[in-house]
Design a protein around this ligand. Structure first.
Ligand code: GUN
Ligand code: FE
Length: 445
């Protein structure tokens, strides 16, 4: 099953998918055709056939568009605090620890293993300000076979960044970011650029204007992806308005940081004009519904963005979000959209409570977590179409602890997908492939 376009599910029954040694899907054959029979016979002869059982479903690998790798040890911690206090009291002290490369090694191998076990075949990571630990995160992804986008975090503004955890100044931050791009691109074993560097100003409040301007120039000079937080909360959005007298989106655009290679996390408070700017630049949005319920003071107008043809995917935003599972990100995206649609204040009458037409459903969420996220990155993944890289999950529907198809009629594919999106767990993920390489198999389940 895959969802190449928003809102529709495509089921490929009795289909043979041929993958070449580079991991590219080179053809797809439907049972009953001559091609199917000859390709099947050939695969048998070469001992190159993986066949699926009747309680198994294959779906594209999941794409996490926004995750903070160093925050893995603080899942669920202090989420009762406002964003700015959570950052200062918990997150910056934790991230500062990654000057210790052994600590980084321990956390990053645990994280990447867990994400692959949860079916995340592509992740776009914030690392920390440390070059060595950032390169280590990139090499950990590469060795484990995870497709990844890894950014050394840039943050130099003494007003918002503590002395123990910030770049010394804009020049030093720019030099470190440039070196980090180089190190990741040059990693041994990265000739196909499975792991790519990302220019990562943490967010406008933590960066000086000089740094933001310099990173914009670096992005166009190096033809590099960019990621940052955009208009996340009332506090953050107002901070930027006060400092620069414009919205995050306008400011990022003026600093040269909005392009087709940019991913904006959250973007909850974007205006109509901001939406136009984002659309014109081709930048994408990482919608992080779970984290928004703690830090955003709002719900992202997802349906409105989709109707304007903005490019959107989903993110876990660990550890603003407390789950590594992209199925969980789908669930929260659906329920947040339903609350936005219906409204939440029961003191208001129903007609005044919500924003009609805001909902998405589980098929939309499934699309956003696969093809949608991949499209934001212009990554040749996310569907089983010919020419794409084979990034895929083999789901075991009927495990002893979680029986996803127990009460679903055979051939009721939409109900089965609903069960998967709403209930699948890591124990249901039997195999994971990235570019045709097996990166998780049953023994590690
Ligand atoms: N804004 C700046 N840094 C962060 C972070 O680490 N998490 C979240 N959710 N928002 C941020
Ligand atoms: Fe974040």
């Amino acid at each position: 099953m895959h969802a190449p376009t928003l809102g529709s599910l495509d089921v490929l029954q009795k289909t043979l998918i041929r993958v070449d040694s580079e991991g590219t899907i080179i053809s797809r054959h439907q049972s009953g055709t001559d091609d199917f029979e000859s390709s099947l016979a050939h695969a048998h002869q070469c001992d190159a056939l993986t066949s699926m059982g009747c309680d198994q479903i294959m779906i594209p690998g999941l794409v996490d568009l926004h995750i903070h790798a160093p925050q893995w040890p603080q899942l669920g911690k202090a989420l009762h605090l406002p964003l700015q206090d959570w950052l200062q009291k918990y997150t910056f002290p934790l991230e500062a620890r990654y000057s210790d490369i052994e600590y980084a090694r321990c956390v990053y191998s645990s994280l990447v293993n867990s994400l692959l076990a949860n079916g995340t075949t592509t992740a776009m990571y914030f690392a920390t300000i440390h070059e060595e630990a950032t390169t280590l995160l990139a090499s950990t992804c590469l060795e484990s076979g995870q497709r990844a986008y890894v950014g050394r975090v840039a943050m130099d503004d003494p007003e918002q960044c503590p002395e123990y955890y910030r770049d010394a100044n804009a020049k030093a931050a720019l030099a470190a970011s440039e070196r980090s791009i180089h190190h990741i691109r040059q990693l041994s074993g990265n000739s196909t650029q499975l792991v790519k560097p990302v220019i990562t100003p943490r967010f406008i409040p933590s960066c000086s204007n000089e740094l933001l301007q310099g990173l914009g120039e670096l992005a166009s000079h190096k033809q590099c992806h960019v990621q940052t937080h955009c208009s996340e909360s009332d506090w953050e959005h107002s901070y930027v308005l006060n400092r620069l007298a414009k919205t995050d989106t306008q400011a990022l655009s003026d600093f040269g940081l909005l392009s087709r290679h940019t991913v904006l996390a959250h973007s909850n408070f974007i205006t109509e004009q901001d939406m136009q700017l984002i659309k014109q630049s081709g930048s994408g949005i990482a919608h992080c519904a779970l984290s928004n319920s703690y830090f955003a003071d709002s719900v992202f107008p997802l349906r409105r963005a989709l109707e304007k043809s903005l490019r959107v995917g989903l993110g876990t935003d660990i550890a603003g979000g407390h789950s590594a599972s992209m199925f969980s990100a789908c669930q929260h995206a659906v329920s947040a959209s339903r609350m936005l649609e219906a409204g939440v204040d029961t003191q208001l009458t129903q007609d005044k409570r919500g924003q009609p037409g805001s909902r998405i459903n589980y098929i939309d969420a499934f699309h956003l977590a696969t093809a949608g996220g991949a499209a934001v990155l212009d990554s040749p993944t996310g569907t089983f179409d010919v020419g794409k890289q084979f990034d895929a999950l083999l789901l075991e529907l009927n495990t002893p602890s979680n029986r996803l198809n127990e009460f679903v009629d055979t051939d009721d594919w939409e109900s089965l997908l609903a069960c998967i999106v709403y209930n699948a767990q890591a124990c249901n993920i039997a195999h994971v492939w990235v570019s045709g390489r097996s990166v998780k198999c049953e023994q590690t389940r």
